[in-house]
Design a protein around this ligand. Structure first.
Ligand SMILES: Cc1cc2nc3c(=O)[nH]c(=O)nc-3n(C[C@H](O)[C@H](O)[C@H](O)COP(=O)(O)OP(=O)(O)OC[C@H]3O[C@@H](n4cnc5c(N)ncnc54)[C@H](O)[C@@H]3O)c2cc1C
Length: 444
């Protein structure tokens, strides 16, 4: 195919995108700013660097993350294969040796005759067909250029968010629903996790001692204007949280009729009450530490995190309102991929890069765009990220809450998840059978 496609950013999305295009015979110019212009979070020069945790999450078939891996295998993801080849033991999760993973991806890119790897920073929207996968720390001038193209109000560049947990993973024998001052038996907008003195003080100690994502200078400046992370508030004194975000006043634990020592409140994220955020828990702790420490809160022992708390620069576009259904900037040949579209997480970034490659390929061949069934992990995330009906768009991991409900949903959670997975697989298989030109011969 004649035209050269520019891919900006040799991270997870950009590397997958470039390799997918190249294996379909498309020539690619992959432009990565490092090492000449390092990002604030990357440490090395290699492509597809994992900036924080080395976990690519669950491989279990009955999880949305596991289903995403199945879909990526079906679509022939190159980076998922590299991850499996670089894996380290991690129970039911896929964790990788990050250096081995990055080295594998870099070697594949460098040895590919259809890819020219250029080490320079891109400051303007490229001419011709292009995919921008510059990540959550997209450099300043390029960020400005995207902002000018989509309209400044369509960009977010700072993210201070509390973690969001799956409603089904909450221990309702401990957590009680009640509004402040309404008393026992009231229903309300909040769920309350009661802490006695011992569990409160343990939580404060663990918050203070937990590992944080390194705050760089740029983040310190931004933090000044944003709300403080919970662990910083905890650091100011043992009782500070009890008089602030965790204050128990006006709440009565129905199990003993008394006011708890402290309370962590959960607020519904959506009308269906399938997801809750931890009120006041915006945090800079690493993701594994959030899992470890926040699961010490009574009632959250088995919490499944739909989204982790973040306090860092996070450049993302309001995709549902700024981009079209295939993540293109309307009126241009430029498409966005990866976290900059708000599809959050390592494997989501890989998936987004793969999908961008398929859509660029479809454009170049003049065939129909790739619109995956919305019943799968990737398809439902894409629908969330591109549906103009999506309000107050925030970055999101794949999760079952994004799947359209089943018409005859089993009440049992395990059976329901199994049914969602089965429907997702059937629908994707059917879609791909109708679009054989999208798959490479070496894909499953
Ligand atoms: C501090 C931090 C911690 C995180 N922790 C986790 C975690 O533990 N687990 C998880 O799943 N996700 C985590 N994430 C989210 C993570 O960024 C994404 O999941 C994933 O890395 C995004 O992939 P990407 O390809 O979109 O961006 P990246 O992997 O960041 O790749 C973008 C690439 O573009 C390059 N680039 C930027 N601007 C330019 C330019 N102008 N010209 C050329 N190249 C450019 C960058 O150098 C980089 O190599 C974290 C993010 C941050 C910022």
């Amino acid at each position: 195919m004649g035209e050269i496609v520019t891919v900006v950013g040799g991270g997870l999305a950009g590397s997958e995108c470039a390799l997918q295009l190249a294996r379909r015979g498309v020539r690619v110019r992959l432009v990565e700013q490092r090492p000449g212009h390092p990002s604030p979070a990357h440490h090395g020069d290699g492509l597809a660097e994992l900036v924080c945790s080395n976990s690519l999450k669950s491989t279990k078939e009955d999880t949305a993350a596991g289903q995403l891996k199945w879909e990526l295998t079906r679509l022939g993801s190159v980076l998922l294969g590299c991850a499996r080849d670089s894996s380290v033991p991690a129970g039911g999760a896929l964790a990788v040796d990050r250096e081995a993973f990055s080295s594998r991806v870099t070697a594949l890119v460098e040895s590919n005759e259809n890819i020219e790897l250029v080490r320079e920073r891109v400051d303007a929207l490229p001419e011709g067909p292009a995919v921008i996968a510059a990540g959550p720390l997209c450099s300043g001038e390029l960020f400005e250029a995207i902002s000018a193209a989509v309209g400044g109000e369509r960009m977010s560049f700072y993210d201070a968010a509390a973690p969001i947990v799956d409603a089904e993973s909450l221990n309702r024998s401990v957590i009680f629903e009640q509004s402040r001052y309404q008393g026992e038996g009231s229903t309300g907008d909040y769920l309350n996790c009661p802490l006695d003195r011992e569990s409160y003080e343990l939580l404060v100690r663990k918050l203070v001692g937990a590992e944080r994502v390194l705050a760089r200078d740029f983040e310190q400046r931004d933090l000044f204007c944003a709300c403080q992370p919970i662990e910083e508030v905890a650091r100011t004194g043992l009782d500070t949280l009890r008089h602030g975000a965790l204050k128990p006043v006006g709440l009565v634990d129905p199990r003993d009729g008394r006011r708890p020592w402290a309370v962590v409140q959960l607020r519904a994220e959506n009308a269906a009450h399938t997801a809750y955020n931890l009120v006041g828990f915006q945090t800079n702790l690493t993701w594994p530490e959030q899992r470890r420490v926040l699961r010490m809160i009574p009632g959250l022992e088995g919490a499944e995190f739909l989204r982790y708390g973040v306090m860092h620069r996070n450049s993302f576009v309001d995709s549902p309102h700024a981009l079209d259904g295939t993540f293109s900037i309307p009126g241009t040949r430029v498409r966005l991929a990866g976290q900059i579209t708000g599809t959050e997480g390592y494997v989501e970034a890989i998936a987004s890069g793969l999908l961008a490659a398929l859509n660029v390929y479809a454009d170049l061949r003049g065939i129909a765009p790739v619109l995956l069934p919305a019943t799968g992990s990737l398809g439902s995330l894409v629908r969330y990220a591109t549906d103009p009906e999506t309000r107050d768009y925030q970055p999101m991991h794949v999760n079952f809450g994004l799947f359209p409900p089943l018409s005859d949903a089993p009440r049992n959670k395990a059976l329901r998840h199994a049914a969602l997975v089965e429907r997702a697989r059937t629908d994707l298989d059917r879609y791909l059978q109708g679009r054989p030109e999208l798959l490479c011969p070496d894909a499953a």
